[in-house]
Structure formats: C-alpha cells, structure tokens
Write a protein that binds this ligand. Structure first.
Ligand code: UDP
Ligand code: MG
Length: 314
C-alpha cells in the first residue's frame, strides 16, 4: 500500500484539482490512500476535504485545531499514514503528481529514501531562489548534513524510515535534516517544478526564517563554538594591547596614571568572559543533544531478527 501525504494550509482551490490528478496517476496501483493534513486553514479547506472524502473513499483527512506549520503537518502525515511507502507532496501542484510512478519504481528497486531535487527554475522569483540557495549553503556549513540545494519535502520514504522518524521525540523536528541524518539507501530524482496552481505561497518570510533557524539549531551546536573562538581572539589582542600599553607606561610620557591597568584589565576580562560563556554554551549544547534523546544508531538491515532494532540513548 502507498500513502500520499499532502499538507494543506488554505488550499481550497487546489485540493479538488490535486485529488483528481493524484487519482488519475494512482489508478494503476492496487492499494493507496491520500492523506491530507489541513494545517488549521481559515478558508473552506476543511469543508472541501469533507466533501472529497465522502466522494472518494481513498481520501482521508486530518484537521489541525490551528496553524502548526508545514513541518508539523508532515509529521502528522507520517504518524498517521498506513502505507508501506509514504510520499509527501505539496498541495499547490508544484510537485508534479506524474513523477510519483518514478519514485515508486525507485522504491521497488530497493531504495528506502527517494528524495527529489528541484531543477533550477527561471520562473521562480529571484528572491525565492536566492533565499533557498543561501539557506542550504548556511545549513551545510553550520551542520554536518549533506543536504542538496532545492531538496525540499517532496519525497518517498519506506515504512522502515517512517517508523524511525516517528520515534524522534523532539518537538522542533526539521524533517529534511532528520531524513538526511538517518541514512538508509537514498536515491535522488530530479524534477521540473510547476507553477503554483492557485492562490499565493503560504510560506511567509517569517515562516521561512523560522524554518532556517530551526534547521540550523536542531542539527548543529557549532555556532556555540563561535563564542569560544571569539574569546580566544579577544584575549590574544588583549595581550598585544596590554604589551603595548605597558611599553607606553615605561618608555613614554604619553600615559595618564592608572590608564594602563584599566585598559589591560578591561580587554582581558572581556576575552576571558567570552571564553567562559562559550564553554557554558558548549556544555549546554551537549545537554541539548542528549535531551533530544535521538537513537545512537539505526539499523537498516540485519540477518538477526525480523524486526528492526533500535537502541536508545538514556
Ligand atoms: N503549508 C502548511 N502550513 C503552513 C504553510 C504551508 O501546511 O503553515 C503547506 C502548503 O499548503 C503547501 C506546502 O505547505 O501545500 C508548501 O507551501 P507553499 O507552496 O506555500 O510554499 P512554497 O512552495 O512557496 O515554498
Ligand atoms: Mg508551493
């Protein structure tokens, strides 16, 4: 069985068209479901979903009590999908449903994660392209993840991977990072994005910033080391400056009495403080990583037992 998961936030005009196109593509498969997550829409999305699910038994839906965001909608999708493979795609038809058979074919070849990468699209606004490019660049340099440019949330996951992701306890789960982090046999598919079918983008600039901050902070504690580094730089310059002030004190008449001590103390304390804050930060970072309670390792395949075994940290 194959599950299609669609997060939808105020997508009343897109959903009927999407469902028709999905059904047209999925006809050839024996068993599938379309699970739509209404992320607290304020338009007629919920009503449209009720009608659609009455008309087509393959359509299921879940409505959030308020807007929890795209990532949470996807998570609810993974938590509630019943399929052996779960495919997520946007409600606005930017992710072409016609690509689904390709994803399924790759899955049948044995890949457990089939992710898609958006081909560079000149139709996309300069702003979207630039923010997306710098987001991925920053993410790669701040964390150890190898996430490709334009690898969004259009992907197929095998049941094994979905069950692993479901066990992540952290509230702020950045799915793109988590899926890259869990490993398994991964495979990429390139696609040409279509234009949004109806309505405007539901990703405001604020939501984009929030996603970027979450992506970086939940997969990296590297920024904390910045403070330590800065502290060492400041202390080094404090030593140089202190030497210079001491030289001036002994060999010139340019100093006011007491100035040298003040200057040396000030810069030195500044530097030492940065180092100490950084060290506290690093420990805090370690606590943060432990508190998330992620599995220490994940088994992809084994000859031992049938069930996938996962070991948990504390
Ligand atoms: N979306 C959501 N909750 C939100 C924002 C967006 O569920 O708070 C859904 C939206 O309905 C769409 C998908 O996430 O199906 C991608 O959003 P959108 O197409 O607006 O983003 P863009 O393609 O402009 O980056
Ligand atoms: Mg879109």
């Amino acid at each position: 069985m194959i599950s299609l998961v669609v997060p939808a936030f105020n997508e009343e005009e897109n959903l009927p068209v999407l469902v028709h196109r999905l059904i047209a593509v999925m006809k050839r498969y024996e068993s599938y479901e379309i699970l739509i997550i209404d992320d607290g829409s304020s338009d007629q999305t919920r009503h449209v979903l009720r009608e659609l699910s009455k008309e087509y038994p393959v359509v299921r839906f879940i409505s959030f009590s308020r807007n929890f965001g795209h990532q949470m909608a996807l998570r609810a999708g993974y938590d509630n999908a019943r399929g052996d493979a779960v495919i997520c795609l946007d409600a606005d038809l930017q992710h072409p449903p016609e690509l689904i058979p390709t994803l399924i074919a790759k899955w049948r070849e044995g890949y457990e994660v089939v992710y898609t990468v958006r081909a560079p699209d000149p139709k996309l606004s300069l702003f979207k392209r630039a923010t997306s490019k710098y987001f991925y660049r920053l993410l790669r340099s701040a964390s150890n993840l190898a996430i490709e440019d334009g690898a969004a949330d259009f992907r197929l996951l095998d049941r094994k991977v979905v069950d692993t992701i479901k066990q992540f306890k952290e509230n702020d789960l950045f799915l793109r990072g988590a899926i890259s982090w869990v490993g398994f046999r991964q495979c990429r598919v390139l696609y040409e994005p279509a234009a949004r079918y109806a309505g405007r983008s539901k990703y405001s600039f604020r939501k984009m910033l929030k996603l970027a901050a979450m992506g970086i902070t939940s997969f990296s504690t590297r920024p904390l080391y910045l403070s330590v580094l800065l502290g060492f730089c400041m202390s080094f310059f404090a030593l140089l400056f202190g030497a210079e002030a001491t030289y001036e004190y002994f060999f010139t008449n340019a100093t006011v009495s007491g100035w040298t001590t003040l200057v040396v103390l000030m810069v030195l304390i500044g530097g030492v403080q940065f180092i100490m804050i950084g060290i506290i930060g690093v420990y805090l970072g370690k606590t943060f990583v432990e508190v998330k309670g992620r599995p220490a390792y994940i088994i992809g395949d084994t000859s031992e037992i049938e069930e996938t075994v996962t070991s948990w940290q504390a």
